[in-house]
Ligand binder design. Structure first.
Ligand code: TYD
Ligand code: MG
Length: 454
């Protein structure tokens, strides 16, 4: 009765029949039959048993209590999880190698263990002794976390079935090896199979599973992308090398808002949470100078102030350079085009560099006006009035929109000692004591008022 399926070990595409060449990626001899790890065990309940059963949407609300959650006690982590760890959930934590995923999860494991969850940390990358040494360095030797060093998925599932923990951390999914899949650990088919087994196991056994996934730029080794749709929650751990702080970002969460961020600082004794990221991101800011503008942003439910830095210089190249760190380069191109077309400010023949200070990555459209202000300020060599924050979304017509949560942005700016905010007019009228709100109707008006052109 079981339906056989086949998949390609190179690209992960699945097929209903075998062939010598993958129709999806064109590779030869990469298609093999998928075998479930649990084959030989008791037969799964057939789909037919569900036939005829019908639920009303309203029934669910009355019969099913919300899933229980456990707090780690680290506010920055609990918020990103959507208010703590949900029982029997599957979570992927992705990030560049060396960014601090193992450190984060070992610390989280210790926290959850201390808060009553039976926790097991399984490393496929390091020996148990190494993990223990790291734990000692982090001051976690007293925490009741079980450690395992194992890569064979079947053995891991057997252990989990016997130990029945509440939380299992798998570091990393790329090192896991399912013996029913004929390809090397780290290949797409292996990663997919391992993630599928673990996610299914989490649901059926009521164990929360956190999987670590390395992201590789080359795409040679399977990234955790194939896993994203299988799990409940996808978190990315980001940061720039050379900067101390790291951002844990929810990009998908069935149990809470996506886009939520938690900010941490890497110290000699592991990761410390940063409860006031605005102060940290602005800490290196000197006296206001041309090209520097503070953006009052929102990350998830929380306001965050960051400094946008621009440098505009005559280009020695026939094709001027546009370089961006921490923001979307096509968005920068759009803003340069709108400045040129709607406000008569050309950037032809000029190299443009844009940097979000401190290694933060901003994706909010409301950063548009702050970026435009930084570009204009750099180009005109004129600093914006000191102690001023800027936010607003720019449309292709040059019109401005305030974006969500104006009041939260203003309050955060006021809290950090700013005295004025430049924002689009329109939207709800809000006022915050001690902060002058300077409204500007469109981009051309903004350029005229602050940079005397346009
Ligand atoms: P790690 O958690 O091993 O990264 P990942 O699992 O994402 O590959 O962290 C690696 C880096 O973190 C390493 O370069 C050393 C640094 N680190 C500290 O600065 N302080 C610490 O207390 C620890 C444990 C690591
Ligand atoms: Mg690691």
């Amino acid at each position: 009765m079981a339906k056989t399926s086949f998949s390609c070990s190179a690209c992960g595409a699945s097929f209903s029949k075998w062939s010598g060449r993958c129709e999806s990626c064109g590779e030869w001899n990469t298609i093999s039959e998928d075998k479930g790890l649990s084959s030989g065990g008791p037969a799964k309940k057939s789909l037919g048993a569900m036939r005829g059963k019908r639920l009303e949407l309203g029934d669910l609300a009355t019969h099913e209590a919300p899933p229980p959650r456990t707090l780690s006690g680290v506010g920055e982590l609990d918020r990103v999880l959507g208010g703590g760890l949900v029982a029997a959930s599957a979570i992927l934590v992705g990030g560049d190698p060396g960014i601090g995923k193992s450190t984060l999860l070992l610390q989280a494991a210790a926290r959850f263990a201390r808060n009553g969850l039976k926790t097991i940390y399984i490393s496929g990358e390091e020996a148990a002794a190494q993990v223990r040494m790291r734990g000692q360095r982090l001051g976690l030797q007293e925490s009741p976390v079980m450690l395992g060093a194992e890569t064979n998925l079947r053995d891991i599932l057997t252990t989990l079935e016997a130990e029945k923990p509440d939380l299992a951390i798998i570091d990393s999914i790329q090192t896991m090896w399912a013996d029913n899949v004929d390809s090397a650990p780290g290949s797409v088919s292996q990663v997919r199979a391992a993630a599928h087994e673990l996610t299914t196991f989490a649901k059926t056994q009521g164990i929360s599973i956190i999987m670590v996934g390395h992201v590789t730029k080359e795409g040679q080794i399977a990234g955790p992308r194939v896993v994203e749709h299988m799990v409940d929650t996808v978190l990315y751990f980001e940061g720039e090398r050379g900067h101390q702080f790291r951002v844990l970002r929810a990009v998908k969460n069935r149990f809470g808002p996506a886009d939520e961020i938690g900010v941490f600082e890497m110290t000699g004794r592991g990761l410390a949470q940063v409860t006031n990221p605005s102060a940290l991101f602005l800490s290196e800011r000197g006296t206001p100078s041309p090209g520097s503008v503070v953006f009052a942003g929102i990350e998830g439910t929380r306001p965050v102030l960051v400094e946008m830095q621009a440098l505009v210089a005559p280009s020695p190249h026939s094709q001027p350079r546009r370089a961006v760190v921490g923001w979307d380069s096509s968005r920068l191109a759009m803003i340069l085009a709108v400045l040129e077309a709607r406000c008569g400010v050309p950037f032809a023949g000029l190299d443009v560099y844009l940097n979000v200070a401190g290694g933060m990555r901003v994706s909010e459209p409301a950063a548009d006006l702050a970026v435009a202000a930084a570009l204009l300020s750099a180009r005109e060599d004129t600093a914006l009035p000191a102690d001023t924050v800027v936010f607003g979304e720019i449309s292709l017509s040059g019109a401005l929109r305030p974006g969500p949560q104006t009041e939260n942005r203003l309050k955060e700016a006021q809290k950090l000692g700013f005295t004025a905010a430049i924002a689009p007019s329109g939207g709800k009228s809000v006022s915050v004591d001690g902060l002058a709100l300077r409204q500007t109707p469109d981009l051309a008006g903004f350029v005229g008022e602050y940079f005397g052109a346009g």
